[in-house]
Design a protein around this ligand. Structure first.
Ligand code: MD6
Ligand code: FE
Length: 217
């Protein structure tokens, strides 16, 4: 009887799985708000369309990006930074919808980070073949805040290395609806995404969309 009850609670909100030190995977965490989240996402990309940004080294990124929230992450020939304005429109980024903010705060809370209040949400779109090379996320001011990462659409292989670029990455499959909360000892670990395998997702088609919530300032 009690075991049955826990089984059902487990189905609704699966327990966090450890990935590496300080990072947990909440499988299917998005499911209860999936439709609302995708509707809000479509509204954002109408206001601030996906675009392929340029790295400081002059390479066009295979991942297309946009942002919502008070600050957006941007890259161009002059470097990486957070900017309150969308360089394509000159206007502020679309505001962060409550369903985004609440989902990120709840996931962070489940992972032991109370009161997470993101002011930036970077939205990445991967078409088949797009990838993200190993990097550290270090443009935020205070590394005591976690990053909350939401995966939608086609599954991807997430690469999780260590503090050195040369540390051999572990591989994790992230599927539609999964959330990773990442902070503490691994906050500055190198990470990336392997080239996206082709496929067709029932709701989002031939793409993967990743949302990363940060406290930038
Ligand atoms: C992605 N994510 O999953 C790329 N960074 O598309 C990231 O680069 C990332 O998922 C920091 C924390 C979580 C992430
Ligand atoms: Fe990153």
């Amino acid at each position: 009887m009690t075991a049955d009850l826990f089984q059902h609670i487990g189905d609704l909100r699966p327990s966090p799985e450890a990935m590496v030190e300080g990072a947990v995977l909440l499988r299917g965490f998005v499911r209860p708000v999936e439709a609302e989240l995708i509707a809000a996402l479509r509204a954002i990309i109408q206001q601030a369309p996906f675009r392929h940004m340029e790295t400081p080294g002059g390479h066009r990124m295979s991942v297309a990006m946009t942002n919502c929230g008070g600050f957006g992450w941007v890259t161009d020939r002059s470097g990486y930074r957070y900017d309150a304005l969308d360089p394509c429109s000159g206007k502020p980024w679309p505001s962060m919808p409550p369903v985004f903010r609440e989902l990120a705060a709840q996931a962070a809370d489940c992972a032991g980070f109370a009161q997470f209040a993101p002011d930036a949400c970077l939205i990445n779109r991967y078409a088949p073949g797009a990838r993200m090379s190993l990097h550290q996320d270090r443009d935020e001011i205070d590394f005591s805040n976690p990053i909350v990462s939401v995966s939608l659409g086609l599954p991807a292989i997430f690469l999780f290395g260590g503090l050195k670029r040369s540390d051999k990455p572990q591989r994790f499959r992230l599927a539609h609806g999964d959330v990773v909360v990442w902070g503490g000892p691994s906050r500055l670990f190198f990470h990336g995404v392997a080239p996206l395998a082709d496929g067709e997702h029932g709701l989002l088609g031939r793409q993967r969309i990743n949302l990363t919530f940060r406290k930038a300032r």
